[in-house]
Design a protein around this ligand. Structure first.
Ligand code: SF4
Length: 444
């Protein structure tokens, strides 16, 4: 049996100086880097690159910043400088010609790009929350918002808890502050990510924090509601179907949160789910999906499934295919089970041969493609909102996404006669055509 050994993620050391605003900037940069797959290093020696977030408000602060840069160069040698002193790049470069990059305050994209260049991220489908293509810097109009680290579950095929530890939730006010800044800087869509979004706040007992004159609990529903008030699209990823997920459906009906749920079901057969040790493994989930759609008919559900898990039989796959037919999920990604070093499933007996995995994979993909094509065809003639991702000046066309499409993992909407639109615009569009994954339309 082939066992995949994962490379170690690159590690970033951080020295954060200055005022609380600089600390928020550091937090935002590190959130982005963590979302991109980086680990933090608590010391110079373990870091592949050291980020120094400087303060340049007073001469004494400048001197302190220069000393910090000098120390990082001496201890590690690979240093990226950002923050207020970045405005005086010449001073820094004259004194420390070896710094890798100097960026100014709030130049988030630039500083993250400099870290990517100094220590390139290693994309891994086994641990990344953000799709590989998303590892490039996301354009300003959409942003990943990481709400927690780690996971309390112990799914048999997964090494995340081993790598990242148990769930550690961020404070709701810190998340909301970051989201507010992102929206002020041009973000039109917030993509909420974590290993288990529905478990957000469990570790901190859903402790409330003050936000805009009231208390907001560290709970998915409260957080989603407050995020929805910021005026951007809010898309929830990695939601497990715990009972309290029912409470976010009214937020979708009210237009605060996008009618979209990314639920990684991974399988449907109760026997396989038990063997996988999946959370929220509820037999009544089809009934709940029906109920959600009753409240929000346009709800789009995306999910991923693993076929060929050890012990999976033909009956299990037949169960999964029948379940998929019934569930009518909008987007489905299927993966063949792969043994990863350190995951319990790797040493389980009854491994499924590769050719059978392939057959099962093709069966799931063919069914999902048919369902997706039918669901998209039903949208032809309708009017939908499209968030523009890219424009093509030569053809006058544009590409964007509907509320049912997350970037990089779902479909796109291809527009003709879209001159005048810019990335980040939200345009009303009439759908003219469809295929298995994408829609085609014209702005109206
Ligand atoms: S829920 Fe399961 S698959 Fe997801 S991170 Fe936690 S242990 Fe891994």
């Amino acid at each position: 049996m082939n066992v995949t050994t994962l490379p170690k993620p690159p590690r970033v050391g951080l020295v954060s100086l200055g005022c609380p605003k600089a600390l928020v900037d550091s937090e935002r940069i590190m959130t982005k880097l963590r979302a991109d797959g980086y680990d933090m290093s608590p010391d110079y020696a373990g870091a592949d690159v050291v980020l120094v977030n400087t303060c340049g408000f007073l001469d004494s602060a400048k001197e302190e910043s220069l000393e910090a840069i000098g120390e990082a160069i001496a201890e590690n040698g690979r240093v990226v400088v950002t923050g207020c002193m970045g405005k005086e790049a010449d001073v820094i470069r004259n004194r420390f010609p070896d710094v890798l990059a100097v960026t100014g305050p709030q130049q988030y994209e630039e500083v993250v790009a400099a870290v990517h260049e100094a220590a390139p991220p290693i994309p891994s489908p086994f641990i990344d929350l953000v799709p590989e293509a998303g590892l490039k810097l996301t354009p300003r109009h959409y942003s990943y918002l990481k709400i927690s680290e780690g996971c309390n579950h112990r799914c048999a095929f997964c090494i995340i808890p081993h790598l990242r530890g148990d769930l550690v939730s961020r404070r709701p006010d810190a998340i909301l502050r970051e989201a507010e800044k992102l929206v002020a800087a041009g973000t039109r869509e917030l993509l909420v990510i974590s290993q288990d979004t529905s478990a957000y706040g469990v570790d901190i007992r859903h402790q409330p924090r003050p936000w805009k004159g009231k208390e907001v609990r560290a709970h998915m529903t409260d957080l989603a509601r407050e995020l929805g008030k910021l005026g951007a699209w809010v898309r929830l990823h990695y939601v497990y179907p715990y009972p309290h997920v029912d409470n976010v459906i009214p937020l979708m009906a009210d237009g605060l949160v996008l009618p979209y749920l990314d639920i990684p079901f991974q399988h449907a057969s109760p026997k396989v789910l038990r063997a996988m040790r999946r959370p929220a493994n509820d037999a009544k989930v089809l009934e709940r999906i029906r109920n959600w759609r009753g409240q929000v008919p346009e709800l789009a559900i995306r999910s991923s499934f693993v076929v060929g898990f050890p012990g999976e039989t033909d009956e299990d796959i037949a169960y999964l295919l029948a379940w998929l037919e019934e569930a009518q999920l909008d987007r489905v990604g299927a993966f063949k089970f792969e043994a990863v070093e350190g995951a319990p499933a790797t040493s389980m007996g009854d491994q499924v041969p590769d050719d059978i995995k392939q057959e099962r994979y093709e069966a799931v993909m063919a069914l999902s493609a048919r369902i997706s094509a039918e669901k998209l065809a039903a949208k032809v003639g309708r009017r939908i909102d499209v968030l523009i991702d890219a424009v093509d000046g030569e053809t006058g066309g544009a590409t964007g996404r509907s509320k049912a499409d997350a970037p990089e993992i779902d479909g796109e909407v291809h527009l003709r006669d879209a001159a005048g639109l810019q990335p980040g615009d939200i345009a009303p569009v009439r759908v003219e055509d469809s295929d298995e994954h994408d829609l085609y339309g014209v702005p109206v």
